[in-house]
Write a protein that binds this ligand. Sequence first.
Ligand code: GAP
Length: 439
Amino acid sequence: MSDVEATPNPELLDKVINLAKRRGFVFPSAEIYGGFRSTYDYGPLGVLLLRNVKNAWWRSMVQLRDDVVGLDAAILSPPAVWAASGHLATFTDPLVDCKQCNERLREDQIDGICPKCGSRDLTPARAFNLMFKTHAGPIEDDGAVAYLRPETAQGMFTNFLNVQVTTRKKPPFGIAQVGKSFRNEITPQNFVFRTREFEQMEMEYFVPPAESPKWFDYWIDERYNWYQALGIDKSKIRIRHHDPDELSHYSTGTADIEFLFPWGWGELEGVANRTDFDLKAHSAASGTKLEYFDQASNERYTPHVIEPAAGATRAMMAFLLSAYEEDEVGGEVRTVLRLHWRLAPYQVAVLPLSKKPELEAVSREVLTMLQNHFMVDYDVTQSIGKRYRRQDEVGTPFCVTIDFDSLEDNAVTLRDRDTTEQVRVPIAELLGVITNRMN
Ligand code: GAP
């Protein structure tokens, strides 16, 4: 566990937000209408980075394991699901209004003082349910009420039997899901850290009850290591166990994996021991027994659940913040995103030195060859130095430059983002050399 003191760094946040907008990672949603209440759109580079974060999660949680399977459940769901899960009754934040300036605030975030105008004249707190409510079908009556899911997790519980029976998995086994969730947050803030529409990466791991403490520790470790394997420095990440009064209504133990954001430590992911709360609640409410029959011991039991629950959009922001650096190259300051190659929007950029047709022909051949394996940018405009800077700024690990010598020696210059070192590589060996450097 790291004990680095949080040192607020608002300039870093501004720089990353600025870069994200300027280079097409994240745009304010409906910007031409003045934006819309802390919602964001992911631009051409953002969609690649976000997809890579989700793919890296899926690879580690599903692809590389034989005990976890995937699911993609509906976003719209009936009130019965949320009544049983406890969200209708308890998924609330304490809302207060400032009587002086009418600001709406979360009581637990403000110490009794309005941060906007400094007044202590606040209304009493009332429980505000965070779920978005809508109607399914043309008639807006009570029978048509539906909710946008505030977490992906319930899809895994309501499908427990479907998945268990169709895959014949035995506990311990997990169901993983990546997708959008919605919360009507009172105070969305800090760019994409807290938004009303966001993406989650969640896995419910069903275990024999006696094994739950072991698997709780196991998943905390796995997830803590995952962020570091993708480049987050150990000094910027820590594990924080919840005090009993912080626990969610379903949890007997939760540990947050926290990142050192520019404003201090903040949650990236929660690993919770949800016990048999959800399966029992849905069994009772639906009348369908969500249990496992262990043939070996001839026992029927309700599995306990360990849940690593991460935010994809929030993780993307952490990876951007942690990768951002300014260093000096050739006497000039350069901005570089030292993103792990697995996360970088483009792994390679192909840069013909000139627009001459004979160079373009070779360059396009190289481009096509690399596109079969990687996301590749192709850039022919401005000086090669400027093009390197542009690629550094969006985190492209490798640039391939094709020059007039390439026509003679069938070789190209391969440049490394982090060291700026350049080496000559035969085109026939290029794919192998790049692939080796990525592993
Ligand atoms: N199923 C458990 C669950 O949803 P949570 O701690 O409320 O637990 C899990 O959410 C993760 O989802 C958080 O650690 C965070 O990364 C992300 N998250 C939650 N609310 C968010 C919001 N309003 N905006 C962006 N990410 C959010």
